[in-house]
Write a protein that binds this ligand. Structure first.
Ligand SMILES: Cc1cc2nc3c(=O)[nH]c(=O)nc-3n(C[C@H](O)[C@H](O)[C@H](O)COP(=O)(O)OP(=O)(O)OC[C@H]3O[C@@H](n4cnc5c(N)ncnc54)[C@H](O)[C@@H]3O)c2cc1C
Length: 467
């Protein structure tokens, strides 16, 4: 992924803003840039855009949206920022977190009202780290649906998206001003396009086994549920251009991916009072710290798997999730009339599962403390029919990337701006701090759409000034 000297670039046409990547970040950036009057071109390596966005559940946290207000939900950008910073143990950039939290609500309203992306508020349970209900998702709670809605919006704005176009090289002046991008087609032919500004929206490096092993060895052998095309290109270009990079050891994992199906099981069944046991029928962690940090807990269990244990009451709010319905249709959700029958069904020792249920109920009733430090709150004991699903831990996407400012413009190590380079979503440093435990539920798409919008509009502004 080299950066070549600007004078080597030969291009016949030029646009104001080139966006690399057609996931949530790239498409949001393109919408914002086009709205600001720029001519935009999006380059996407896949024949049909299927980045992490399409593979995701598509849920985006935001505060103060019209949907929240209509539901009578009290929330604020400051509370959202506080929740994000608490989850990251104050180890992420507070200024960026505040900027993103304040942009979140307006971005959801803007996508809905100006671009026809239909969201509803997720009701029925809280996500780890969220003080109030603030997850917004498209009706069937799939990233495919979100991606399709964004593509439709881009189509309405007549934004050019060139698919099967793998961006390989950037051309730049010695001070880091990107003047052109070269991309190759599946037949090996290549084209170069000039630009006044560039938005890197090609996510992180989770699809690059070598980089994952180098920067995040703890998750390198886990299942990978994200997009294999995300090879760390933004990081490679950023490094060559002199951009600062941060938090490369940070990532979003997930500790309850249904196995062997590969679909994430919604965390609501756990936050509302369910729990996880291993093959020995024993709990092994505080399940509600967060789903990201739970990935390594789950894969550390005998056989590398666990069972989510819950009941039909906790299942009800997630029946609308396509991911869950698919696992159910394939027979992955086991149900039994009692603990003994459930133990037999899932093959864990009967006496151990009985004991785990008894211990959890004693913790719920305040008769003993949880050895893992979990507060079961006011949750009620599980009731028959009981449910179980076999799960494992997985890597979803990486959280480290280019350091940007609140305009989503890339910065050098000394804090100065690179002349015309912007980044967002998985290409930019996330809000999680340095590790797995800082990931805030929904933080991936939150940074994709808010930073995408900021990157697009600011790239358009800068491109206009440069024209
Ligand atoms: C199973 C799963 C569930 C998830 N659920 C949620 C959720 O509910 N909420 C949430 O907030 N986050 C969720 N995430 C994380 C979320 O999907 C990502 O954080 C988000 O989609 C990142 O958006 P993006 O636009 O930066 O990247 P992507 O959507 O991955 O888009 C990047 C695009 O760039 C393209 N590309 C890469 N390199 C090049 C190149 N050199 N040239 C051209 N194109 C290139 C890729 O093909 C891809 O289409 C989930 C992730 C997974 C895997």
């Amino acid at each position: 992924m080299p950066v070549l000297a600007a004078e080597l670039a030969h291009f016949e046409y030029k646009v104001s803003v080139v966006v690399i990547g057609a996931g949530a970040c790239g498409l949001t950036a393109a919408l914002a840039a086009a709205e600001a009057g720029a001519d935009v071109l999006v380059l996407e390596r896949d024949a049909r855009p299927t980045g992490s966005t399409s593979l995701s559940t598509g849920l985006i946290p935001a505060a103060g949206t019209k949907l929240q207000r209509a539901a009578g939900m009290e929330d604020s950008a400051d509370l959202l920022a506080r929740d994000i910073l608490n989850k990251a143990r104050q180890q992420s950039d507070a200024g960026m977190v505040h900027a993103i939290a304040h942009a979140a609500g307006p971005t959801i309203d803007w996508l809905t009202e100006s671009h026809g992306v239909l969201f509803t508020l997720v009701e029925g349970y809280l996500y780890p780290g969220h003080s109030v209900r603030r997850m917004h998702g498209t009706p069937n709670r799939t990233g495919r649906e979100l991606e399709s809605a964004l593509l439709a919006a881009a189509g309405k704005m007549q934004i050019d998206i060139v698919c099967s176009a793998l961006a390989t090289d950037l051309y730049a002046t010695p001070d880091g001003r990107v003047t052109a991008v070269r991309f190759i087609r599946p037949d090996g032919s290549s084209e170069t396009i000039g630009c006044n500004a560039l938005v890197l929206a090609c996510c992180g490096f989770a699809g690059n086994k070598g980089m994952v092993r180098e920067y995040i060895p703890e998750i390198a052998d886990a299942q990978f549920c994200g997009h294999v095309g995300n090879q760390g290109d933004a990081i490679a270009w950023g490094r060559e251009l002199g951009a600062a990079l941060a938090d490369l050891g940070s990532y979003q994992g997930h500790g309850a991916v249904a196995t062997p199906y590969g679909n994430p099981i919604n965390w609501g069944v756990l936050t509302e009072g369910g729990f996880q046991v291993n093959a020995l029928g024993q709990r092994f962690s505080n399940e509600v710290h967060g789903y990201s940090e739970q990935a390594v807990e789950t894969i550390a269990q005998p056989g590398g798997f666990a069972w989510n244990i819950y009941d039909e009451i906790r299942e009800r709010p997630i029946l609308g999730f396509t991911d869950y319905r698919e696992v159910m249709a394939l027979g992955g959700i086991r149900k039994a009339p009692g603990i003994d029958a459930l133990a037999t069904l899932i093959g864990v020792p009967d006496y151990a599962l009985q004991q785990t249920f008894a211990e959890v109920d004693a913790i719920r009733a305040g008769k003993r403390a949880d050895p893992f430090g979990r507060d079961f709150g006011n949750t009620r004991p599980l009731e028959a029919p009981l449910c179980a699903v076999k799960v494992t831990g997985a890597l979803f996407h990486t959280q480290g990337g280019l350091v940007i400012d609140t305009d989503a413009q890339a910065l050098r190590g000394d804090g100065s701006k690179l002349p015309n380079l912007f980044a967002g979503g998985g290409a930019a440093r996330g809000m999680s701090g340095p590790s797995r435990w800082g990931y805030f539920s929904g933080g991936g798409l939150l940074t994709a759409v808010t930073l995408g919008r900021l990157a697009g509009s600011n790239a358009a502004r800068l491109a206009r000034a440069a024209a």
